[in-house]
Design a protein around this ligand. Structure first.
Ligand code: ZN
Length: 257
């Protein structure tokens, strides 16, 4: 359903961009929950820093939005980049020789900036059959419940990352068990890995949580769980009933739904 749009809009860092048949791009605007069409990637200009940085996409006056028909567009995730980290000069989208997709390539020194998925690590802390959940004090999904999870840091293992996130979000020590769920979050360019964990000692809300609490299976606030991947992990966790049934694999693609 086309709609008129003027001006610019700050778009979430991990917004999905899709290239349409005529070479234009469609851009998902999270705040509106819909897709609009941008004339080109060159219309995008970066802003902010860090993992929650946004970027502005400037649309010409009277741009017309569209919702792409599944199967007719090639979806890819592109993290915006303006300048080369090697020499500081501007970068642009190019397909390097012997490559098969566009990358950010430095106009000056030729450095190719590869962008790959990020890993999110989390765990399901359990004590006496109850699960520790955190109510988010940050966007996205402020006020919704989640299992402790976050971006893996350099210099740590996935298990260490899951334990660290639990300490940060719930001030809780855990003994990490086995990895039991891996979720490809295709549109966000992320892989989410979940471990079983034994909750040790006390807990309280960390800086990123409004509150933390223990829930029995029939008390889990399923409708208020922040992310699909966490909900999937919780479901599989209860299905396993404490048994190590290997790693459950799941693919999430919002764009296809
Ligand atoms: Zn450069």
């Amino acid at each position: 359903m086309p709609f008129a749009h003027k001006g610019s809009h700050v778009v979430n860092f991990f917004s999905a961009l899709a290239r349409t048949g005529n070479g234009a791009y469609t851009v998902r605007l999270p705040a509106w929950g819909r897709l609009v069409q941008a004339p080109s990637v060159e219309a995008c200009r970066g802003g902010g820093t860090g993992r929650r940085a946004g970027f502005k996409i400037r649309f010409p006056k009277g741009s017309v939005g569209s919702i792409p028909i599944p199967g007719t567009t090639t979806l890819f995730i592109m993290v915006m980049m303006n300048f080369c980290s090697g020499c500081g000069e501007p970068v642009s989208r190019k397909t390097p020789d012997d490559d098969h997709r566009e990358r950010w390539v430095c106009d000056s020194c030729g450095k190719i900036h590869y962008q790959n998925p990020l890993i999110v690590v989390g765990c399901i802390p359990e004590r006496d059959g109850k699960i520790l959940l955190c109510k988010r004090a940050i966007e996205p999904r402020y006020g919704y419940w989640t299992v402790p999870a976050g971006f893996m840091e350099l210099g740590e293992s996935t298990a260490q990352g899951a334990a660290r996130e639990t300490l940060e979000e719930a001030c809780a020590e855990v003994e990490i068990g086995h990895m039991f769920a891996a979720v490809d979050v295709i549109d966000a360019g992320q892989v989410h890995l979940f471990y079983t964990a034994k909750l040790l000692g006390d807990f309280e809300a960390g800086d990123e949580s409004l509150e933390v609490a223990l829930f029995a299976e029939d008390e889990i606030p399923w409708d208020d769980i922040a992310f699909h991947s966490g909900r999937y992990a919780l479901r599989k966790y209860f299905e396993d009933k404490g048994q190590n049934n290997g790693v459950h694999l799941h693919e999430l693609r919002r764009s296809r739904s």
